[in-house]
Design a protein. Sequence first.
Lengths: 316, 279
Amino acid sequence: MPGTALPQLGLGLRHVHVEHILQHQPEVDWFEIISENFMFSHGRPRHVLRQVAERYPLAMHGVSLSIGSSDPLDMAYLRALKVLADEIKPRWISDHLCWTGVHGHNTHDLLPLPLTDETLAHVAARVRTVQDVLQRPLLLENPSTYLRYAASTWSEPAFLAELVAQTGCQLLFDVNNCYVSCFNAGQDPQDYLATLPWHAIAQLHLAGHQHCGTHIIDTHDRPVAAPVWELFRQVWARSPQPGVLLEWDADIPDFDACLAELHKARRYLHEDIPADAARPAARHEAISTPVDFLIAPVLQDAATHTTEPRHAQPVL
Amino acid sequence: MPSPCSEAAPAALTELQHFMQQVLMSSDNRGREAQIARHIAPGPRLPAAEHLAIYQRAYLARLLQCMQGQFKALNHALGPALFRDFAADYLREQPSSSPTLAHLGAGFADYLRRNRPDADAPEDWIDFMIELADFEWSLYTLFDAPGAEGSGYASVDDLANPALRLQPALLLRQYRFPVNHYYQQVADEQDPDHPDPAPVCVALVRSHYRSGIFSLRPLQYELLQRIALLQPGQPFQLAVRHTLDQLGPAGHATVQQWLLAWVQAGFLVINQPYTTSCR
């Protein structure tokens, strides 16, 4: 029965929190990792991940699958993804309905696709290949979008519904992204929800955004906005008890502050919380899809040592 | 393993993505107004070009932020504005081609070397910046490189073992400037001046998942280089012999002291396969 149970609440695993998590083992239902942070790691990130995986269920969330690119699928990338999945046995493996680059380049952005019949056939074929490699359904997330293509003939939820029908993939529905994309396109989120394939939603994302007046940027750098909580309440009521995850990727506060924000999800679902006052429009546009949190904290890691014995005499 | 889907992408998608990537990476819409109007729909509050501009602004800003994270000491040395100028030019010349941002700065030191602004009359501070970029990137790659944590390190009982070798997560570097001291001062949140030339040899080592910077004497550096160049089957003692000849009668005890310290610092393993290409 949709919407009757308490949600399983997860947090995005960020390196600034890892020591706290391993030391205090806080009560979190699951963590979500950014797959690319660990797929190619031979050092401490992978080592730490193994320790986290011993204590918590994990989900793998990717940002470079580029499922809609006109470049061929990167099979080496897929194999590395599978190796990591075999090792940590995640609940879900997800990425975005987007493309990230062509001609062998990676913009490291989640770029929107023209939603056409041709794109649908192209993406569906690639989703089937990915699922064959991973031997499990792929979850696809609706990205935040800041433009619409003139060529698009499908709405995003209808496109996702058809993709689900053709491939058996599942959905990671990002409530904040839905709100952001709808505002930027001048669309009512209620219209978006009307055609969403609810049965396929396995996971929900929540995050903060920056309202710039004429448009909204998906910044993941602040608490979830009041209208997004309201939308979340509606989405949860109609979904088949998906996992709920909070993403916080820039200006990341301490772990307890992230956890407090995550726990608001239960309160919004089961208590009557009034919506916060609307936020004022920002003066400076923040970066969409922040990625600097993906950079390893090497400067803090390295230390200068000496191997000289005490009282050693210079040799040469 | 299934074969990749080999069907060609739709021509319209290919054309659109080629166009989008070009305008993102160049951030220059001049002469492309008609294409923008053809591909991108105007929004309720912004014209099509302004919707595109949101992506254009974020593309470079996002990657520059990553570069500043990968080269924190160089960013400090150059100052954020000049660092961003160099990094933006680098990203325009060498856009990322990796699924992970961990490789973003891989070519930056070489880029600076090839595009130094003082090509006609080389200046010391440019040399320092290039060396600092190389040092910082070496340390960055070491953080997540294959190491010996899984297979184990040599112990003091192994010092006579002919199969003793350098561990894989160890890089040897020589610089004309003391970039290691400058880096450490920035890490300690000091504000160091650009240093004068003063040659240094360093070993960058990751042991037990912790990275360390070790200053070396020239003869120590030379010995470690000889160990790195040993071929499979050659005894470890072959590398040591030359150093013993140079040190004279006191050489044996000195080298033993060094080896003991290096073993304790996790420099050495027993005959583990490793690549020498990164040294």
